[in-house]
Design a protein. Structure first.
Length: 546
């Protein structure tokens, strides 16, 4: 009694055969799967056998001399062959029949009918009549594409025009009580942008399916059409699975984002109330409200980011970790100076060294504070120059605030003159005080006062001190004060010897301007005195004209 090969083979061989049969290689012709070859023959694998059958079918379909209905079956000792004339299209072995659960004859007969049908359909599709029909159908689809694109263009153009017409009527700004969160123009811009995106997506979808339809019409491109459809189907399937898997995490992220947004809004309203004086906290100044809000907002965002991180899809992937390490290293190496400026900015805020609008002098720079951020302080000088100073440099420099004393008192402006000893000091005091009183924006109370700061070899140093509440106008006040000092001293006939003045008084004209000198004044002539034998003689030159 003879045993079949599969009955005498070991178990692992049978398992290998079953595995190969479960996979197999499909025979695809004109985009259709005809049957599957599940076993190899000798050195030829199932895939190689399937590709060989496909190549032979492609040749036969294009050869008009081959009669498709004359496929024959030849039975041999080890195989059954399906022939087309002298060409063997496919050879079936006993293992193929056993795998299919049929005899070689029945399996060959079934494959012969399938091959004949496929070749007949291929011949029919490649006939001139079918090609003309396919070309006509593709033209109709192309015209339909043009029509659809034209309708999309008209529809979306009309929609954008309606959005502009509805501004202020059907479309209004988003308000929360009296606070306008989103203006109407911004809402229209947002809706217009969404319409443009939808328009572009619609064009892409229509053109994509047009390509699928046109490629599916022609037999030579039908396989490509099927591949494109399977590709887009696989993409959307993968996206759908990824979205469904990530949906809980995404909803959590959205919920955290919403809570964070409204938490920041609540904190903002609280600090706005503190800044406006509607809400007071002991020991907390109003000017601290805005910088403190910025710090709290930053901390809230950092906490929200830490909470959201585990819910980000792919957060535990190697690429995400590498990117996080890279950015962390980049921040740690490049942000040392930035962190120093931020810390300095916080210290400057809470030490109340200055406020926005104060006239200050930082180092050698004097100007008005225009902006005080966590990183830099911006000043505008009296020459209308904008100067940006890093906060770390501001913190290490000495700061003179000319405005802070004006909030609860007044700033003392002072300047000095030097007057000779021949002028009574009471006269100098009176003239300086009158010059200060004549200057605008000099306060009458507290009243100005004079200090004698030095008794030099040739003159006395007098310093006039006057109060003002306008620190921002100090340079203008200084200029006007100096003008008034000159006027008052000239009117009184007192010469100012600042900073140094020396003259040979005989024969030299006084230094007072002509407007304050009497018309009868003439400069004295030179006087020469000589002594000899105890006798003094004197001669005076003729007085010169002033």
């Amino acid at each position: 009694m003879k045993l079949r090969l599969w009955q005498t083979a070991p178990a692992f061989v049978f398992a290998a055969i079953i595995t190969a049969a479960a996979t197999g290689a499909p025979v695809v012709f004109n985009g259709k799967t005809l049957f599957t070859i599940r076993n190899g023959v000798g050195a030829f694998s199932a895939e190689e056998r399937a590709r060989a059958v496909e190549d032979r079918l492609a040749i036969l379909s294009k050869d008009p001399l081959v009669k498709i209905d004359s496929l024959t079956v030849t039975k041999g000792e080890f195989s059954t062959d399906i022939n087309a004339g002298d060409v063997i299209v496919l050879s079936l072995t006993s293992l193929d029949a056993q795998t299919a659960g049929e005899t070689r004859d029945s399996l060959a007969a079934g494959y012969t009918r399938i091959l004949q049908t496929a070749l007949q359909e291929s011949r029919k599709e490649h006939s001139l009549k079918e090609r003309l029909r396919d070309a006509a159908l593709s033209i109709v689809i192309t015209l339909a594409l043009v029509l659809v694109l034209w309708l999309l263009q008209i529809g979306f153009t009309r929609l954008r025009a309606l959005l502009k017409e509805w501004r202020g009527t059907r479309i209004r700004g988003v308000r929360l009580q009296s606070l306008e969160l989103l203006p109407a123009d911004r809402v229209i811009w947002l809706l217009t942008s969404i319409s443009r995106i939808v328009h572009a997506v619609a064009i892409f979808v229509v053109v994509y399916f047009y390509i699928l339809l046109v490629l599916g019409i022609f037999p030579s491109t039908r396989a490509l059409s099927a591949w494109l459809f399977e590709y887009i189907d696989a993409v959307f399937s993968a996206a759908g699975k990824a979205f469904s898997a990530s949906a809980p995490s995404l909803l959590t992220i959205v919920l955290i984002a919403v809570i964070t947004r409204y938490a920041i809004k609540l904190v903002h309203y609280i600090f706005l109330g503190i800044e406006a004086g509607k809400l007071t906290l002991p020991g907390f100044y109003n000017e601290w409200a805005e910088p403190t809000y910025k710090i709290v907002r930053f901390l809230v965002l950092v906490i929200a980011a830490i909470i959201v991180f585990p819910y980000i899809p792919g957060h535990d992937s190697t690429a995400f970790r590498g990117l996080s390490i890279f950015f962390g290293l980049l921040v740690s190496l490049g942000s040392a100076s930035a962190v120093g400026n931020i810390v300095a900015g916080v210290l400057l805020t809470y030490t109340r060294a200055f406020r926005v609008g104060d006239r200050v002098k930082i180092g050698d720079t004097m100007g008005d504070i225009m902006e005080n951020t966590l990183l830099v302080t911006r000043l505008r000088t009296i020459k209308n120059e904008d100067v940006t100073v890093p906060n770390s440099m501001v913190l290490t420099s000495h700061i003179i605030n000319f405005t802070s004393c004006c909030r609860g008192g007044a700033l003392i402006l002072h300047t000095s003159v030097t007057i000779g000893y021949d002028t009574p000091w009471r006269t100098v005091h009176r003239l300086l005080l009158s010059a200060a009183s004549a200057t605008e924006e000099i306060l009458a109370e507290p009243s100005p006062f004079v200090l004698q700061t030095g008794l030099s070899d040739f003159y006395v140093n007098y310093q006039i001190n006057a109060y003002t509440a306008e620190a921002a106008h100090m340079m203008k006040i200084y200029g006007e004060l100096h003008q008034n000092i000159q006027d008052k001293f000239n009117e009184a006939g007192v010469e100012i010897c600042s900073p140094h003045f020396s003259s040979l008084r005989d024969g030299n004209r006084i230094t007072i301007p002509d407007a304050y000198v009497p018309e009868t004044y003439r400069a004295p002539g030179f006087r020469v005195s000589a002594t000899g034998n105890g006798t003094e003689t004197a001669k005076r030159a003729t007085p010169s004209q002033g």
